[in-house]
Design a protein around this ligand. Structure first.
Ligand SMILES: C[S@@+](CC[C@H](N)C(=O)[O-])C[C@H]1O[C@@H](n2cnc3c(N)ncnc32)[C@H](O)[C@@H]1O
Length: 275
């Protein structure tokens, strides 16, 4: 470690950050790619010490072992979303599609699920979509950054309205969706801190936190082919309500939950019934 690198670590330790070594390693790694690493590191350090999120400061995030871009305007992809990503990956693989594999990433944010799945499946075409300008901008940058322009397209609109008129109905093998799932009431109270750095649209799931799930089940179903997969992320403790939503919505079966390291269900997968 040279002087500027040691300064980065010392400053983060002195400031009492939770994971100073991890932050220092990432700042040093990304700063080292620039022409003037010590200056780049100093600027990043200042922003980090002002309380900005590490991933926004370095402009990078790792998701499913892939280095991607992170920018304000889109949620920083979370580790728990890999439960949905990896669960979708194994179930899609089991479909054994030889020709073109068609995937929708609804509520794509930074495009992390769309890009990760496109990289895992070279025969995949992915339609990613989000409501906000910020997410569409960051997702398109990621598609470019990862050289996926030929196979991943980013659309903008309110849920599936952005994909209408493309003759996609009944052709999709899998829909993945990590929608906002915190209730508006909690965002006003104990989860208000989330809104300090990241966009409200990433979190606000309506009065019960399940408004978007409910709409995606209804609006997404026509896009799936028989046996097609629908995979969702949801919040800790929401599995009962998710089960109810699926039971009420006819047309889906074989509900499965994937859990986090503590055994808590965090992703749900169902299949579209055969005609
Ligand atoms: C929890 S974030 C997930 C982002 C990304 N998929 C990820 O895994 O990090 C939820 C996303 O849903 C988007 N969103 C919210 N309401 C939407 C709507 N009505 N139509 C499309 N996207 C929506 C938000 O803009 C946000 O990017």
């Amino acid at each position: 470690m040279n002087d500027w690198q040691r300064n980065v670590l010392d400053a983060l330790v002195q400031a009492g950050l939770e994971e100073p070594q991890k932050d220092a390693d990432r700042i040093i790694e990304v700063a080292s790619e620039s022409e003037n690493p010590s200056e780049a590191a100093r600027e990043m350090l200042e922003r980090r010490l002002r309380g900005e999120l590490l991933e926004y400061v370095i402009g990078r995030v790792r998701f499913m072992d892939i280095e991607m871009l992170a920018e304000p305007g889109a949620l920083i992809p979370r580790l728990e979303t890999e439960i949905l990503g990896r669960g979708a990956e194994s179930r899609i693989r089991a479909l054994g599609v030889d020709g073109e594999l068609r995937i929708i990433d609804m509520c794509c944010g930074a495009g992390n699920l769309a890009c990760a799945l496109a990289i895992r499946f070279p025969n995949a075409r992915v339609w990613a979509s989000d409501l906000t300008d910020g997410c569409v901008r960051v997702a398109r940058k990621n598609v470019q950054y990862l050289a996926l322009q030929e196979r991943v397209k980013v659309w903008q609109g309110d849920l599936f309205s952005s994909l209408e008129g493309q003759d996609l109905e009944a052709t999709i093998h899998a829909i993945v969706c990590n929608p906002p799932y915190i209730s508006t009431g909690r965002l006003d109270k104990d989860r208000a801190h989330l809104l300090e750095h990241e966009p409200v649209e990433a979190f606000d799931g309506g009065p019960y936190g399940l408004t978007i799930h409910q709409r995606v089940i209804k609006e997404g179903l026509p896009f799936l082919r028989s046996g097609g997969i629908l995979g969702f992320e949801f919040g800790v403790g929401q599995e009962r309500q998710i089960e109810l939503l699926f039971r009420r919505a006819k047309g889906m079966d074989s509900l499965e939950f994937d859990c986090d390291a503590d055994g808590l269900p965090r992703a749900a997968f169902t299949r579209k019934k055969g005609e």
